[in-house]
Design a protein around this ligand. Structure first.
Ligand code: FES
Length: 610
């Protein structure tokens, strides 16, 4: 016997036959129907809500708590909690989040000499005669300028006919070591490359014309792997289940990259085969999933990755659909928790070349911190949790349309949203702003407690009316039900404040441990680069106010640099010299493991208060 499940999305309906007892989340995953599952289906985040018509088991106490009465009465259920026990209809009312994703894709721009790892050269070779009996291979190598090998048997086989048919006028494509392609005629003006930053939550990709170093296109999307969990640990957990899960998680990212390539080609009137290089950065786990490597040991002490080296791989080996002879370049990582994205971030700031001491703080799903200069560098990674990306926060969302991204405590409370529409939730930059404002206005005390309404006598009336109890917790309402997109109020609860306190304490403590390790004072730091996709650039004043950055690091030293990892990947795409620098950076950075550090725990506790 089978049940019929109808799934309604964006006015379209799809019908499936499903075996009785199938878990609803598994059913959605098996059919590539994407919903938000930050906890990876463990039943703790309450975000996998879908509207269901039809018979399901009565909700458990835990499901009731996570959903709340209003959502239950409106027909919402949590996918991971329920099994299919009848014919049902599922309504997914969120539009495709990707469409509206507002992901930070800009960063530090640099002027560099464009010399990518792959170059093309149009040549007109001398026609052989009795006084010039060089073999075809030598003729091609000489025409390219020598100092390169031609070892591909496939290419060599085609060579005699190709060059003769073209009257010895061809375009040769070479990387640092070997000739990777020969094309008829002059195609030297068609040489493109892409740089991709694979974040745990978001993916940012950039298309470049490698002849002049000009940016042609940018594409950003949410990482489709997030349906297997919001953070790296949930995803490793999922991928370690079976070979099929490992394969799923790899296929998901390759599918997404090939979709980006297709979009780039269509939007820019180029052939995907004209893209010869794709450079990738990402945290160590994302790089493992990209390469289809097991990330299992990254999650287990002593945290050993399969590899942290730099790679040049043939595109066909990863089934990435750029030119068949194109190259996939993967930046090196440092350790299990300091990935290729951090190496790229350092490269983009240039801190590895400076005399002055800089601090790079990259806050994504984790917080990676690097401190140093041209002579030394220390790094650490803090399991800050994905609070800054909206996960584990009651109304937290990524940087998508409708996210509250700025909050102003003026005469009246005011906020802006991405896309200027009605709010649907709050993203990282908004969360930092609202907590800073609540602190400044005495709504939160220094311990992080949202104070009771009767303690607010001298406050502006507008703020006072925003205090409420939600699920028994002191809360601060940002948008009332009638003002929000979903008609549910958007609020910061006491639990959210605690989540943020944990996250900011972890980052602040990480910074302090590195400062001590380096034997310097915070004052010695000349520059702080604050990187990451917070939904929108974080407000530096707010970051200082909540203590995310130690107060000694004055505002004028801090620069919000957006996606530094993406900028680093672009440098590696455009310049082989910059690519080589990544190896130096990798070898220079000394990784400090915080999970075994008593110092970190002490600093963490100290940094908890505001
Ligand atoms: Fe279902 Fe988190 S509660 S995925």
């Amino acid at each position: 016997m089978m049940y019929t499940v109808r799934v309604h999305t964006n006015g379209k309906m799809r019908e499936f036959n499903v075996i009785p007892g199938k878990n609803l989340l598994d059913f959605l995953r098996d059919n590539s129907i994407d919903i938000s599952t930050p906890c990876g289906g463990k039943g703790t985040c309450g975000k996998c809500r879908i509207r269901v018509k039809g018979l399901l088991e009565l909700p458990s106490e835990k499901e009731k708590v996570l959903l709340g009465n209003k959502a239950l009465t409106d027909g919402y259920r949590l996918a991971c909690y329920n099994k299919i026990e009848s014919d049902i209809e599922i309504y997914l009312d969120s539009d495709d989040e990707n469409k509206d994703a507002n992901i930070v894709t800009s960063g530090l721009e640099k002027v560099i000499k464009v010399r990518p790892i792959v170059i093309k050269k149009y040549v007109e070779m001398p026609i052989p005669d009795i006084s010039d009996q060089r073999p075809d291979t030598d003729r091609v190598i000489d025409a390219f300028g020598g100092n390169i090998e031609l070892t591909s048997i496939e290419l060599i086989r085609k060579l005699p006919e190709l060059i003769r048919k073209q009257g010895y006028k061809v375009t040769i494509i070479g990387n640092e070591n070997e000739i990777i392609g020969i094309e008829p005629g002059n195609t030297s003006n068609k040489l493109y490359g892409m740089a991709v930053d694979i974040g745990t939550t978001t993916i940012a990709a950039y298309l470049y014309d490698l002849n002049n170093g000009k940016r042609m296109d940018v594409y950003s999307t949410l990482n489709p792997q997030r349906k297997f969990g919001a953070d790296v640990l949930s995803r490793i957990d999922y991928a370690s289940n079976s070979e099929a899960s490992q394969n799923n998680i790899h296929r998901e990212i390759i599918g997404c990259i090939n979709h980006i390539i297709e979009t780039f080609s269509q939007n820019n009137g180029i052939e995907s085969s004209d893209i010869y290089i794709a450079v990738f950065v990402g945290n160590t786990t994302m790089i493992h999933f990209l390469m289809d490597l097991s990330a299992k040991n990254i999650a287990l002490s002593p945290f050993i990755p399969v590899t942290t080296s730099i790679y040049n791989i043939k595109s066909t080996e990863l089934n990435i659909k750029i030119n068949q002879r194109g190259m996939i370049v993967i930046f090196p990582s440092v350790s299990a928790y300091i990935g290729a994205d951090t190496v790229a971030g350092v490269l983009s700031t240039g801190m590895h070349e400076k005399d002055e001491i800089s601090l790079l703080v990259d806050i994504g799903t984790n917080g990676e911190i690097v401190l140093g200069n041209k002579d030394w560098m220390y790094s650490c990674s803090t399991a800050a949790g994905p609070a800054f990306e909206g996960a584990n926060i009651r109304n937290g969302i990524g940087g998508i349309r409708g996210a509250i991204d700025r909050v102003f405590f003026e005469d009246k409370l005011r906020y802006t949203t991405i896309g200027n529409g009605k709010p649907i939730g709050i993203c990282g930059s908004g969360i930092v702003d609202v907590i800073a404002g609540m602190l400044e206005n005495g709504i939160i005390d220094e311990t992080g407690r949202i104070i009771d309404i009767d303690e607010l006598s001298d406050l502006e009336k507008d703020y006072k009316t925003r205090l409420a109890k939600i699920d028994g917790l002191n809360s601060f309402i940002l948008a009332k039900g009638e003002d929000s997109f979903s008609y549910n109020e958007i609020a910061i609860t006491q639990k959210d404040v605690r989540e943020l306190q944990n996250a900011k304490a972890a980052i602040a403590a990480g910074i302090k441990v590195l400062i001590k390790k380096a034997g310097i004072r915070a004052d010695d730091i000349s520059k702080v680069y604050l990187a990451g996709g917070f939904g929108n650039y974080i407000n530096i004043k707010s970051a200082l106010k909540i203590g995310l950055i130690p107060a000694e690091l004055k505002e004028e030293k801090i620069e919000s640099v957006g996606n530094a990892a993406g900028s680093g990947a672009i440098l590696g795409l455009l310049s082989v010299k910059k690519l080589e620098e990544t190896i130096k950076i990798k070898n220079m950075i000394k990784y400090i493991e915080l999970s075994a550090s008593k110092e970190f725990v002490d600093e963490y506790v100290n940094s908890m208060f505001f």
